[in-house]
Each structure stands twice: as structure tokens, then as C-alpha cells.
Design a protein around this ligand. Structure first.
Ligand code: NAD
Length: 344
């Protein structure tokens, strides 16, 4: 089996070499992202392996078909970068539905604590032997209300962590989880109720037509003054301009962003010597109460190893047994995991 691996980073190579060692698998690692300009590199391969900022749109899918590449193996959970409707019946799309919800949920809490206890400021101050505490006052998480949008794997781990801090939970999910609400400390509510009553809001839903800009001018207006917004899911869940305005007007007290709507050209790369053209991102980063990490929440040893193992086993299942339980398919207007391995 020959795999064209796009958007390669050194840590990917390490984990995929370990997962494919001793198997009849050849992986060619390309540093470039998959898109309309680079899809030709997939010629002669059985599958492409892609990550969150590779592009699998109509043009790329058509070209993959022309090249005889029938499989797109996502080494991530989200698939908003794949035109699933168009892919249906043309290429098989495999993904890694879960690799470590703990990695992402723990990162969300790390960002929250850093932000509200001003750890990012303290780190810089004490490096410079500035031991002043002015401007460093934080607040207790104990007794605060956290609003969780999306109570799937990551959202539920984040709820457990927040409950460990003695926080109350308001949750919203299009498909509420059975047995999660306890009527006292964890309650399912409408989005309006969640916005109006949460001190902190953390997003753990996928990006789709319904969740696009779920945090926008309108929803920010409905929030408690000083709300802290955490986004470790997908950038376009948040209207970045509206968030910036909310920060400027003090309606939003702080933002912790691991993802950004226009991240694909910037995140994962070193732009330290460049002039960044994106004024909204630059202004957000310049704010003392905004923390940005570059789509780093997944990046733990455990997650990398699980991603590589599941991706390789997805491909082995598909090519050797003709089916893969982690295949995605698009049916009746919705995208689902293919349960029977017979999507097309
Ligand atoms: P999941 O599928 O287990 O959970 C997603 C939840 O969102 C589900 O409960 C689902 O019912 C709910 N949902 C679907 N549509 C909704 C809607 N319209 N409104 C509200 N809720 C809705 O997924 P997960 O593993 O918990 O991952 C959540 C998200 O985290 C992923 O979609 C992905 O975008 C993101 N993610 C980010 C990183 C990172 O490194 N930053 C890593 C992994 C995943």
C-alpha cells in the first residue's frame, strides 16, 4: 500500500513510522498541504493522508479520481475541510473519530487557567525579575457556571474537569447525551439560556452549517458581561471580528483560542520573521486577555500515537478487508460514520 502523506510535520513522521513499521506500507511524506495545486503529487499512490488544513474540495476530488486515488485518510476527527457531499460515490473518506478527548479537554482547561490567573503575564514578568502583582487579579473557578456547546467525547471530558473544580454546567447539544444531565449541577438548556447565564463558554461541537459563527455579534450581546470564550474546536465557530469587537467593548472578558477561522495559511508554520497580513488575528493576539495557541490542543504523545495507529488500521482494514468502521459517508443530507463498511 502506497500512501501520499500531506502537511507533514516531524512529529507525524515519528508516530507514523512507528505505526507502520514491519508492515507492507510505503509512506511518502510531503511537507506541502494538499490542495488544487499539489494534488498531482498523489499520482501513483493508493491513498492520500491529510490533516485539518488540507483542502479536499471538488477540484481536488476530481483530480484524485483521475489519478486513480480512491481513498482520503483523514488523520483527524473533524472533516469540515472535505466536501463530503461531492465526495460521496467518488472517493472513500476515512477518519480518526477519537484519539484523545483528554488531550483537547485538558488543553482547554490549561488555556482557561492561564488566562484567568494571568499565568501568561506572570511568566513574562518574572523572567524579567518583575515581581509586581498589579493587574494580576484573577477569579475562582469554584462556583462559576460554564456553558458547554457540544457534549460529545471532548465536551464530556471537559465537563468532568470543570466539575472537579466545583463548577456548575449548562450544556447545549443538538443531540443531548442520555444520562448526562443531573438536574442540579449539569443541565441541558437552550443556547439563549446558556449565553445569558454562563461565566465561561467552551465550544466542543463540530463546524457545520448550523454551528458556523455560533459565537457572533448577536450571541455575544446575549452573554454575561465579562464572559470568557474558549474555542478548541474549529475556528469558524467564532466570528473573529465580532469577538474582537466584544473584547474592545469589554463585553467579552477573555478569549482562549486554539483555532481561528483563517488559520489554514498561518497555523503550524513559523511566521516570526514575517509581517502578518491578517489584522484581525494580529489585533486579537495583541490583547492582554486573548490567548492564542496554533491548533495545538491535540498534540500529546498519546494522541499522536493513537492517530497513527488508527489511521494505519483504517487503511489496512479498507485495503485488506474491504471495509473500515471509521469510513464517513454522506446520506440523506447528513454525514455519518459508515457502520457497515458498505457506504458506496
Ligand atoms: P463528538 O462528535 O464526540 O462530539 C460533538 C458533539 O457536538 C456531539 O455531541 C454532537 O451531537 C454535537 N453537535 C453536532 N451538531 C451540533 C449542533 N448543531 N449544535 C450543537 N451541538 C452539535 O466530537 P469530539 O471528538 O468531542 O470533537 C469535538 C470537536 O473538537 C470536533 O468537531 C473538532 O472540530 C474539534 N477538535 C479539535 C481538536 C484540536 O486540536 N483543537 C482536536 C480534535 C477535535
Amino acid at each position: 500500500m502506497r500512501i501520499a502523506f500531506f502537511d507533514t510535520k516531524p512529529y507525524d513522521k515519528e508516530s507514523f513510522q512507528a505505526a507502520s513499521s514491519g508492515k507492507d506500507i510505503t509512506i511518502k511524506y510531503f511537507e506541502t498541504k494538499l490542495n488544487e495545486d499539489t494534488v498531482g503529487l498523489a499520482k501513483g499512490f493508493d491513498a492520500v493522508c491529510v490533516f485539518v488544513n488540507d483542502t479536499v474540495n471538488k477540484e481536488v476530488i476530481d483530480r484524485l479520481c483521475e489519478l486513480g486515488v480512491g481513498v482520503v485518510a483523514l488523520r483527524c476527527a473533524g472533516f469540515n475541510n472535505v466536501d463530503m457531499k461531492y465526495a460521496f460515490g467518488k472517493v472513500h473518506v476515512l477518519r480518526v473519530p477519537a484519539y484523545s478527548p483528554y488531550a483537547v479537554a485538558e488543553h482547554a482547561m490549561a488555556m482557561l487557567l492561564t488566562s484567568i490567573r494571568r499565568i501568561h503575564k506572570a511568566y513574562i514578568r518574572t523572567k524579567d525579575f518583575n515581581f509586581s502583582l498589579s493587574g494580576m487579579t484573577g477569579f475562582d473557578l469554584y462556583g462559576k457556571t460554564v456553558g458547554i456547546i457540544g457534549t460529545g467525547k471532548i465536551g464530556r471530558v471537559f465537563i468532568d474537569i470543570c466539575r472537579g473544580f466545583g463548577m456548575k454546567v449548562l450544556a447545549y447539544d443538538k443531540f443531548p447525551a442520555d444520562g448526562l444531565a443531573d438536574g442540579e449541577n449539569i443541565k441541558y438548556v437552550s443556547t439563549d439560556e446558556l449565553f445569558a447565564n454562563s461565566d465561561i463558554i467552551s465550544l466542543h461541537c463540530p463546524l457545520n452549517d448550523e454551528t458556523y459563527h455560533i459565537i457572533d455579534e448577536n450571541s455575544i450581546e446575549k452573554c454575561k458581561k465579562g464572559v470568557v470564550i474558549i474555542n478548541t474546536s474549529r475556528g469558524a465557530l467564532v466570528d473573529a471580528e465580532a469577538l474582537l469587537n466584544g473584547i474592545k467593548s469589554r463585553q467579552v472578558g477573555a478569549a482562549c483560542l486554539d483555532v481561528y477561522e483563517e488559520e489554514s495559511e498561518l497555523f503550524f508554520e513559523d511566521y516570526s520573521g514575517h509581517i502578518v497580513e491578517d489584522d484581525t488575528l494580529a489585533r486579537l493576539i495583541s490583547m492582554p486577555n486573548v490567548i492564542v495557541t496554533s491548533h495545538q490542543a491535540f498534540l500529546t504523545k498519546e494522541a499522536l500515537s493513537n492517530i497513527a495507529d488508527t489511521t494505519i488500521s483504517n487503511l489496512e482494514g479498507f485495503f485488506e478487508k474491504g471495509q473500515c468502521p471509521n469510513e464517513l459517508c454522506y446520506r440523506g443530507g447528513t454525514t455519518n460514520d459508515c457502520k457497515d463498511g458498505k457506504c458506496f
